[in-house]
Design a protein around this ligand. Sequence first.
Ligand code: FAD
Length: 416
Amino acid sequence: MKVIVLGAGVIGVTSAYQLAKAGHEVTVVDRQEGAALETSFANAGEVSFGYCSPWAAPGIPVKALKWLLMQHAPLILRPKLDRAMLTWMLQMLRNCTAERYAINKSRMLRLADYSRTSLAEVRAETGIGYDERMQGTLQLFRTQQQLDASAKDVKALAADGVPYEVLDRDGCIRAEPALQHVREKIVGGLLTPNDETGDCFKFTNALAAKAAELGVRFAHGTNIKSLGKEGGRIVGVATDRGWLSADAVVVALGSYSPLLLKPLGIKLPVYPVKGYSLTIPITDASRAPESTVMDETYKIAITRLGDRIRVGGMAEISGYTNDLCSARRHTLEHSVTDLFPGGDLREASFWSGLRPMTPDGTPVIGPTNVAGLFLNTGHGTLGWTMSCGSARLISDLVSGRKPEIDAADLAIVRYS
Ligand SMILES: Cc1cc2nc3c(=O)[nH]c(=O)nc-3n(C[C@H](O)[C@H](O)[C@H](O)COP(=O)(O)OP(=O)(O)OC[C@H]3O[C@@H](n4cnc5c(N)ncnc54)[C@H](O)[C@@H]3O)c2cc1C
């Protein structure tokens, strides 16, 4: 089949790779001049199967109000007269019940677990490298109150069968030796040893090269203008470089997915939630992290990527803008220098990306009511983590094969 994948972020590229392996003739279309140049460019570098859970959770509305008032706020709200923003926020609030949280989390964990095995397979069959490490995520608590509050996370991890270790101060230092210099600032931690780390940009580009070897064609520098439908079936895509016809189209446009679907009458509740990162060259490895450390106080992830530290986080609801706000940079600098001052901040690069967030945290993967049109989008906070399983699923669905995990409740039909 002739399949067009829209978007060359981590979701589009992993999808294209699996579709090519399934024997399809695949073209990937993206406006950028290379792969992973938008949200997949400089994320926090966690492949965190253990922490796959929705942001919409019981107690979050109250916590969010507190976060909004913090000096180094993890959440920033810039309200606008934007119907999509308001609708999305209301839908998110509706998902903050214990019942919805349990359903949404179980969907995300199912996909994350499948992604863990799928990523291992991709690594084994391609041999690609991306500054990857397999040393887990350490959630770091600076106060006894945070450590006590983690009891419910521990309970949830145990219930979900996710391996974990509760660590005291010395245990944290054993996992992350650089913390010995700031031992008085930490109380304890929660380690999920099965989590991985790496550079999503390097991963996506290395996999794109493997996909190209399998015959995938990349149409970079191509702006997609609209989707073509005839008689209830997708027939191709109009771009600024001309018409491309297809038997099937997979939409993997991240935060921009709803904009192209709207003219077809498909309402996709994906909204951009901006995050920021700093990438810092390491000058003193003894004061740098070994893996990912989640600073619970600021909700910021600090990750070792080869000879660099990547520090990323924050959720800014401000619409489709990539503006770089200096106050956010200060928050990232504050968190990283407080714990791991082993890098040269003058040489750091500051970046922002738009997480494609669904109100229920779960991505949207599957068919639509237009024959031949499929969605693989809305991966939000942990898109790289969930990418390889999502790609296998979409490839099976496009190919008319039964997916290896239950996928019916991941499709857009769950919102109707
Ligand atoms: C600060 C931050 C930290 C994060 N940390 C992590 C982490 O540690 N671990 C993790 O798993 N996830 C993390 N994420 C989330 C993860 O990065 C995203 O979920 C993921 O990158 C989304 O990938 P995507 O392919 O859907 O979107 P994108 O990477 O944005 O790809 C979409 C592509 O569509 C193209 N496009 C859009 N519109 C058009 C058009 N009209 N014409 C042509 N091309 C178009 C864009 O150019 C882009 O290349 C983080 C995100 C942020 C912002």
